[in-house]
Structures are given as structure tokens and as C-alpha cells.
Design a binder for this molecule. Structure first.
Ligand code: AR6
Length: 183
């Protein structure tokens, strides 16, 4: 039996990420950092104007956020302490660096989290909405990338994948539960 790829600190749940009580939640933002629809819209609506104000400050300093990169702000009125805004790639067929960029989103979000002493973090399914990244490809990339990161990190205690739609929830549950069975 092979060694499990999945760390027991990795969890999956179905729900709305704005309700999750963790140190940091991750936002699937866009390059402008000025908000949008999907999970981005939900986070700004529920968190209030403080989040947008900090995003505007970051924009004024560094001109938004590049695809694959991440920035951190307050979480305003949300139960979390921080929002980490990362920009996923738009799916253009798969030959435009989409997989590497998606990986970078998870890696750079986790690096920022560690720098801010975050112990628990929740991720949405980055790029799988408006940006059309195929869900069945994005799920193993997300899970493998955070698993690799955890191999070299002892500070993060919990990573929760918060799936909003049933299709993602099923994909994540299957991968995570299967690899736990193999432990
Ligand atoms: N909690 C958790 N996940 C959610 C929530 C929520 N409240 N709402 C939606 N999702 P998307 P993208 C899931 O489109 O594809 C925005 O306009 C959703 O089911 O939010 O990275 C930004 O401003 C899907 O699985 O983000 C950008 O312009 C996942 O979140 C653009 O969309 C991502 O869907 C980014 O597109």
C-alpha cells in the first residue's frame, strides 16, 4: 500500500466560506482586487467596506494582483481574521499555464498565511466558477499542492476546502476520503 498523499490536517466541507470560523479565508479574486461576483462578491458583501478599503490601498501601492499571486487584508465583519485574495487563471484550454498558475494560487496563499501566523485556513474552489477551470482537474491540483506544502510546514493546523456546489464537494470528498482509507 502506497504512502498516503493526504495529510489529516486537510478537511472538506460543503457550504458558504463567509460563515467559516478560521484564521483566514481565501478569496477567488480578480486582478483589479475591486470585487466581483461569485465567492468574491459574497465575501465583500458579508465582510463590509473595510475589506475593499484595504484592497484599494494595496492597488494604489502595487497596482492590483497578478494571476497566481496573493495579497492579504482584514476580514472586516467576517468571523475570520484575514482574507487572503488570490487570482486564479481563466481557463483557456489548458495550454496557457493554467495548471501552474492554479498551483501558485494555493502556494502563495499558504506562504502569506504562514507569514501571518495563520493556524487555520479555508479555501474556495479557485477558478472553477466564472473562470471555467474544469473542476475534475482543479480538485487534484488543489489537494496535491496543499499536501506538498504541509510536508514542509508544521505551523498550519487545519486547511478546509469549502465547496459551494455538490460537484466539487463530491470530487474533493472522494479524493480526500480515499487517500485517508489508504493510510
Ligand atoms: N462560498 C464558497 N464558495 C463559493 C461561494 C461561497 N459563498 N460562492 C461561490 N463559490 P467564482 P473564479 C464557489 O466564480 O472562477 C469573480 O467575479 C463557486 O461554486 O467565485 O475564480 C471574481 O471577481 C466556484 O466553485 O471564482 C473574478 O472576476 C468557486 O467558488 C472571478 O469571479 C469559484 O467560483 C473569479 O472566477
Amino acid at each position: 500500500m502506497g504512502k498516503s498523499k493526504c495529510d489529516s490536517r486537510i478537511k472538506v466541507m460543503k457550504g458558504d466560506i463567509t460563515q467559516v470560523k478560521v484564521d483566514a479565508i481565501v478569496n477567488a479574486a480578480n486582478n483589479s482586487l475591486l470585487g466581483g461576483g461569485g465567492v468574491d462578491g459574497a465575501i465583500h458583501r458579508a465582510g463590509g467596506k473595510e475589506i475593499l478599503e484595504e484592497c484599494i490601498k494595496i492597488r494604489n501601492k502595487q497596482g492590483g494582483c497578478e494571476t497566481g499571486q496573493a495579497v492579504i487584508t482584514t476580514a472586516g465583519k467576517l468571523p475570520a481574521k484575514f482574507v487572503i485574495h488570490t487570482v486564479g487563471p481563466v481557463w483557456h484550454g489548458g495550454n496557457n499555464g493554467e495548471e501552474e498558475l492554479l498551483k501558485s494560487c494555493y502556494q502563495n496563499s499558504l506562504k502569506l498565511a504562514v507569514e501571518h501566523k495563520v493556524k487555520s485556513i479555508a479555501f474556495p474552489n479557485i477558478s472553477t466558477g466564472v473562470y471555467r477551470f474544469p473542476k475534475q482537474l482543479a480538485a487534484p491540483i488543489a489537494i496535491n499542492t496543499v499536501s506538498e506544502f504541509l510536508k514542509n510546514d508544521k505551523t498550519i493546523q487545519e486547511i478546509i476546502f469549502v465547496c459551494f456546489d455538490q460537484e466539487n464537494f463530491k470530487l474533493y470528498s472522494e479524493i480526500i476520503n480515499f487517500s485517508n482509507l489508504m493510510k
